[in-house]
Write a new protein. Sequence first.
Length: 172
Amino acid sequence: MSIPVAKFLDVAEGTQAGQFTVGDHEAVQSLDNLDPIYKPLLDEPVTAVVAVISPSGRANLTPVWFDYEADTVLLNLATHRKKVEWLRASPQATFLLMNPANAYHWVSIKATVSREVSEDDPVEGKRVTDQLNRIFHKYTGGDVYALRDPSFDERRVLFELKVDSIATFGRP
């Protein structure tokens, strides 16, 4: 499966005809094949903004830690969060990763939930916890996720989202 990539024209090297519109389209097989100038936004601890649709039909935007494998975005959430029920009801999400040093260098990823795995799953539950620890290390340097709500037995769910399309803009 290939993933369409819309490459917006920017003004990093001066104004140009059609700036801020899609200049070229290409296809990649996975997020690993994305143009190298955008890979640091995925691989470094850049906080993503995820948009999911609430029952009112409005987009709900929140910052999240970003992780992926090939053509799949991984979103690890506490089960008591509203995003969990909203993703189950409307399984599309959009992720925006902006370069913290240059807001005009970004990647937008549209994706659809293909699967979810509960931390309580007897076969795959350990994968959810391991992925949470991995992403915690990416963003904080810690080895074991240390932000569970201590007031109850917080459980996690891992959403696997297949990438539908990508848009890119700017240079570092």
